[in-house]
Structures are given as C-alpha cells and as structure tokens.
Ligand binder design. Sequence first.
Ligand SMILES: Nc1nonc1C(=O)NCC1CCCCC1
Length: 243
Amino acid sequence: MKFEVLTIFPEVIECYLKHGVVGRALNKGIAEVKVYNLRDFTTDRHRKVDDYPYGGGAGMVMQIEPFYNALRHIKSDGIPRKVILLSPQGRRFSQRIAKEFYKEEKTLTLICGRYEGIDERIKAFVDEEISIGDYVLSGGELAALVIIDSVVRLIPGALGDELSAEEDSFMKGFLDYPHYTRPEEFEGMRVPDILLSGDHKKIALWRKKEALRNTLKNRPDLLKNLSAEDMKILKELCSEINK
Ligand SMILES: Nc1nonc1C(=O)NCC1CCCCC1
C-alpha cells in the first residue's frame, strides 16, 4: 500500500512515521509513504504557498499552483491513485472507509490544507474529500495520519503475528472490551477473575459480552445486524442490567 502526502510541514508527517505499527510496516516494506513539501513546487524566491483572499476577509488562502505542480509531478508516473482532500466538508471517515481504501489498492494521495483553506479550484484535481470529524484542525496533516495509520493496520503483517486487524473489535463493528495487565491488584482494584482462569473459551465469551456492554452503553447505534450468538449475549446482558 502506497501513500503520498502533500504538505507544507513534512516534518509533522515524517516524525509520526518513525514510530510504532506504521514505523515497523514501513521498515518491513509492506507500506510506503512519500511526503512532498509543497514549497518545493513553488516558483518564487520566497517559496510562497498562500495569498490574500479574493473578496477580502481575515486570513490567507493556499494557492492552487503549488498543489497543481506537485500533482503534475507525482502523476507523471501514470500509476493509478486516489487523490483525497482532507477537510471538515468531506465524507466522514470510518473503519469501513479505511477497509474500502485498503481493498481498492490504489496509491492514496493525501492533500493537506492550512491557513483558511485551499483555493476552491483544487477540487478539479481531487477524487474525494474526507473528514475525520466535525471539528476544525489547524491543518490536514493529523487527518492524513489518521487515514495512513488506520489503513496500514489492515495490511497483513502490519500488526505482527500476535495481533490481527480482524481482531480489532471495531472491525467487528463493536467497541473494544476492557484490557488488563499486571499487577493483579492496584489501589484495591482487582483484575476480573475470569481473566486469570486460563479458560480461553470463557475468556473469549467474557470479552464479547464486555464489548457488547461497552457498545450498548456508549454507541448503541453500532448494535445492528447482530448474529444470533451476539443477540443471545446481548439479551443476557440486558436482563442482568434490568435486575
Ligand atoms: N476535521 C477535518 N477532517 O479532515 N480535515 C479536517 C480539518 O479540520 N482540516 C483542517 C483544515 C484547515 C484549513 C484548511 C482546510 C483543512
């Protein structure tokens, strides 16, 4: 899986790519991220990327030319890619969309805006606009990293042998179950006995039940299209809660 990021702050992207799951995946060569500094695609001596807005108003607007020049340079290899603009106006990103991007197997070219935004004519060169949530960030870089991180985790081998993306409970559409590690007791709070039992079948059932409990409590909207087994567990849970 290949990613390309267009940004005026390449260091922000590069720093994150040195660590953790994404860092290891890049070192293993199962993913690749190329970061392009928009200022390298300017033509003036001050490497300007922004200008005053037509129509007046506060703030600056990012000029189209550096983006256009960068995209023309990148696209000259003729490889199919999906050009994504990160902005609050976009389609809301989710695990489902991460899987969609992964399965498409196209290079994802991520355009990161700053200031008050990018000249609207950028839309002529964008395939899709994506939002990671209903809030305004200072730039698109964090959103680009969210997409890179969530898609890289789906690549076989990215999570190492002991974990798999399929086990991500969000992959199954639920919130996660509680996690514990040593010590067995901390400030009077004990690890649930079931997790110390060594009975893997019962532990798996407990984890499913707790994932359903968390989902019922915090994201009941995710409780749809349940399997008969999950529905049975949910019913048990509801009768426990209503006792
Ligand atoms: N929310 C978001 N989801 O994806 N991107 C987001 C964002 O808030 N981006 C920052 C703005 C900053 C000004 C230019 C346009 C992007």
